[in-house]
Structure formats: structure tokens, C-alpha cells
Design a binder for this molecule. Sequence first.
Ligand SMILES: [Zn+2]
Length: 415
Amino acid sequence: MKARYNYRIYPKPHQIEPLAKAFGCARVVYNDALWLYKKALIEGLPIPKDVDKQVITQAKKTPDRAWLSEVSNIVLQQSFRDLQTAWNNYFSSLKGKRKGKKVGLPKFKKKQSRQAIRFRKGGFKVHSQSVKLAKIGHVKMVVSRPLPSSPSSVTIIKDCAGRYFASFVVEIPQPIPPPSVPPNRGDAEGRGVGIDLGLTHFCILSTGEKIENPRLHKKMLRKIKKANRRLSKAKKDSLRRKKRKLRLAKLHAKVKDQRTDFLHKLTTRLVRENQTLAVEDLNVAGLIKNRKLSRAISDAGWAKFKTLLAAKCDKYGRDLIIVDRWFASSQICSCCGQSGGRKELDVREWECLYCNTVHDRDINAAKNLIREAGGQSDSEKRDNAVLDGAFKVRTQENPYPHTAPWLSPMSDCRL
Ligand SMILES: [Zn+2]
């Protein structure tokens, strides 16, 4: 099993220029090669076999590209290989040979966005507090945790906020023994936990716990708006504009880091404490189109939450069950299974007409999710699991055969 380990690196002032050159040259090689590939595609010709020679070896001899020789050849070769991979991924995705999300045609890289170069074995060496890069030298690295095995490659990244990172690809042993699940977690029958995603609270667990939504972007909104205003007033191509752009990028980076930290901590906790996790299959991309809610939803980071949850469940051997998007989790009574009918969004609490239980709307929904997920044994679950993107989706059986109407689509379109 492959994993990525990321570390912050701090290049010395005299290393920044060679790094910038390497980023620039790698980008030029990538773009030149992509241009040749696209030209061949448009003209309907086969892709020439010597593209790498054309864009690297021969290009170095021309006055236009002579500066390519100043950079390690490993970086340039790797940049070309990365383009080949991206190109092949697009075509295998197009033909349906590739699992998961559709991959687009590679795009030309821009000078202003995030920059990256990659070193394969032979081009770098890891030391206890630094990483040695070809033609750049030892770069100070903060090793927050040791690497589990020797890495096969390293990507050096400079993000928009001007920070440098080293990202290693390492092989980790599979399977990792799952951390112990404390007994009596989840609902009364110990089946696991249902997770209902919300905006007032980030999520509500079937155990009754409500997890606060940190609303990070909203907290920074005033500063971000101000930085945006100041940026728009600066003259084009001026040094001041550059500085203000960096300031804005730094604010965005801070929000992103805080959100990632929150989501990692939450998902790790949930996966550690439960064997089975049930979440709703929300159509995040569709919901974001709702203009009133888009900022709040993007801020909450639901999509990233689910990606992390899926990855961690996979790593630790937990069962993640994605309950159908049309399952009316907020309509059914989690006690007796009777449908209480559709409820408006402002109804936060309701009483079941059949068994007189008073429900908190969200906790009831979370309980229904895990109840819906717990209908089958583990082996059956695995048989029925179909990999759809990153998520295991299971065909559903009605656990309450006497109440069928809620299974009809569109019965609970809550937003
Ligand atoms: Zn009831």
C-alpha cells in the first residue's frame, strides 16, 4: 500500500533561485511536450516517439531553451514522464479502463499557480534533518514523524502562499492492524455510528453527540474581503500587487490548513472508535449550485470529510456504508420505524405519533442511518459492496417492510 508523507522544508536564500529555475524549466518542458502532443492529436497524426528528445536534449541546443542545462536532467525527464502519465490517464479514463472520477485532458501549467518538481531515486537523499536534492543541495526539513520506509520519489512543492514542502511516496505495510474498538460505542446494540452532516453543527452522531461546525472561512471572511479589496486596487504588474496577492494567498492557506486539521482529527477519531460508519450519500457538487448555501457548504468541507473517512476506513479495515441519497432519514421514527411524514427544515424536534418518542431531528436522522446500514451481516455487506469512486455503495433492503412509501425517490428532498 502506498502512502504520502509530507514535510515542510525551508530552503536557504541561495537555494531559492536554483529551485525557482527548476520549477520554471520543469514547467516549460511539460508545456512544450503537451503542445507537441496536442498538435499531433489535432492533426490526427501519431504522437512522435522522440518528444522527450525534442523538448529536452534538442531544445537545450537552441538559444531559446539553452537555460534548460542549468537544471538537473532528472527533474526535466520526470516532468516529461509526468505528462505522459497524465496523457495516458486521460485516454484510459475516456475508454472507461480507469476506475474512479473522470480525468480531464492535461492542462498547460501556469507560472502563478502552485509549482512542483519531482525527483526519482538517485536524484535525492533523505537525511535526519534535511533532504539533499540534485543540483540544489541540502534543504532543511522538519521531520515531524519518521518515514516508515525508504521513499521511491519526492515531490518538492511551492504553494501559492510561498511555502515549500517535500512530499514522499512510501510503501506502508498492509494491512495495518486496526486500533481497538472500545466496547459499547455506537448505538445501544453496538452496531457502529450514524453520521448526519449538517451546517449548524458539522455533524450529528447517532450517539447523540453534536460536533460544532468551526466555520473557519466565515471567521476569516472580513480579513479575506479586505485583502481582496486591497489587491484589486493595486496597479497591474507592480511589486505591491505581488505582495498583496501573497497576503491573500496566505489567508486562504491558513483557512485551508485549519479545515484540514479539523477534518483529519475528526475522521481519525470516528474511525478509531467505531467498526461500522454510516453516512448519507450527499450530492455535494449539486448542493453547491444552490447559491445561498454554496459558501457555507464549501466552508464546511463535506466532500473532503467523506474522502478522508473513506480512505481511513479502507486503511483500518472499517466498514463505511453510504446510505442512499433518497433514504428519508429525517422522516422515520428511529424507535418504531414508522414514517412521520415530511418535515420542514425549521422543525428541530418532533414527537412520533405511533410510539410517542420525542426526537431531536438530527440525532434521529443519524440513528436511522446506522439502523439502515446495520441490516446485513459483515460478509453480506462485502458481497454487496460495489466500488463507486471512493465509496462503497450498497444496495438497500427495506428494514421496515411495513412502511414502504419513503423508498420512493424525491420523497425527502430536503434542500
Ligand atoms: Zn415511533
